[in-house]
Design a protein around this ligand. Structure first.
Ligand SMILES: N[C@@H](CCC(=O)N[C@@H](CS)C(=O)NCC(=O)O)C(=O)O
Length: 341
């Protein structure tokens, strides 16, 4: 009901966001738990395990923020949200931040009253097809029936791409991602389009037997830029800084070789940068308004960016996604944290 009323007017929502100025961090601290909005279930990124514990690369960023604020990565309440619900849930204060697979765009970062504070995953849109369709390229999809989620950049890119290539398609628009997957696997659409990360997860974790991973193909075309980032409301710069730098701390730790396995050893390092990052030389915590051991807590409890990537979506996971654009800048990728100093 509340959600319905709020979604009625974008301007009102943007206003509601700013009206809570300064309150986000206070709210989190008073509650004693971070309310993190995530997707409804994508293997490797955000998914409850058999114990009901949320795991994934996106979940790890929520955990890092909780480690920064509370010194405890467990102090997170996960709120699963569909693509259609997520921004309204953040605007209305139902969650403190979003770690779904939200693409950073100009309109979301301005008119929606929200701020993207970084990029935790450089993604792009692609197409998943059954091999028996016999299609090898997106250029062969003229006339296809395509499953897509509403309220996404995916929907807009799809229309642009087909128009630009003078092709037509029939959209099958479904809000819940498990229902999209079910529709696709049942043959209600020829093609499923979303971010390549989600397609890799679907192919690795959701194919109903007796069909397997090998019966499906992700087409080679990447038709868009999908920089996925953590999102907060306008109005609380300190909270935004904490979320931004918690993510950067994961990246910076990887760059300086600080991992969950060696972080205690690293406390003894003579390297002035490492001493500053880990709070052995104080100052960074004070600047952010958090404990000086914030990065230590992140790395000890969550790991650095590379560890999280490999464990959840990389070679240590069923998804086996290459680092690609998400390699560190020192290795030819785009992951680059400004200095912690
Ligand atoms: N990155 C795109 C698409 C993101 C998106 O929400 N896709 C949905 C529908 S395919 C999804 O993957 N949800 C995953 C989940 O709910 O776990 C955007 O921000 O609009």
């Amino acid at each position: 009901m509340l959600r319905g009323i709020l979604s009625a007017g974008l301007a009102l929502l943007a206003f509601a966001g700013t009206a809570q100025a300064g309150s986000a961090l206070d709210g989190v601290r008073a509650r004693g738990v971070l309310a993190c909005g995530v997707g409804t279930g994508t293997a490797g990124y955000m998914m409850p395990d058999s114990q009901g514990k949320w795991r994934g690369l996106s979940v790890d960023v929520c955990r890092a923020v909780a480690a920064t604020i509370f010194g405890d990565a467990e102090k997170v309440k996960y709120q699963p949200l569909t693509s259609q619900q997520r921004f309204t849930a953040l605007q209305s204060g139902e969650v403190d931040m979003l770690m779904g697979n939200a693409t950073w765009t100009l309109t979301r970062d301005s008119a929606l009253g929200l701020d993207f504070v970084g990029v935790y995953y450089y993604d792009g849109q692609s197409f998943l097809v059954p091999k028996k369709l016999g299609v090898k390229s997106a250029k062969e999809l003229n006339g296809a029936t395509i499953c897509v989620a509403p309220g996404t950049t995916t929907e807009l890119n799809l229309a642009d791409y087909f128009r630009a290539n003078k092709m037509s398609f029939k959209p099958v628009v479904i809000e819940k991602v498990d229902e999209i997957r079910a529709a696709f696997f049942a043959g209600r659409c020829d093609v499923y389009t979303t971010d390549a990360s989600s397609l890799a997860a679907t192919r690795a974790a959701n194919v109903p037997p007796p069909r397997t991973f090998d019966d499906f193909l992700i087409l080679p075309e990447i038709i868009s830029k999908e920089p996925l980032g953590p999102v907060v409301r306008h109005g609380d710069n300190q909270f935004a800084d904490i979320v931004r730098w918690s993510l950067y701390a994961m990246v910076e730790a990887e760059e300086y070789g600080i991992s969950s396995a060696n972080v205690d050893e690293m406390l003894k390092s003579d390297n002035p940068t490492i001493k500053r990052i880990l709070g052995v030389t104080p100052g960074m915590g004070k600047a952010l308004g958090v404990d000086e051991r914030w990065v230590y807590n992140i790395v000890k409890q969550v790991g650095n960016y590379g560890e999280s990537f490999e464990r959840n979506v990389g070679m240590g996971s069923p998804l086996k996604i290459e680092r690609g654009l998400n390699r560190l800048w020192t290795k030819g990728g785009l992951q680059y944290a400004p200095p912690i100093r």
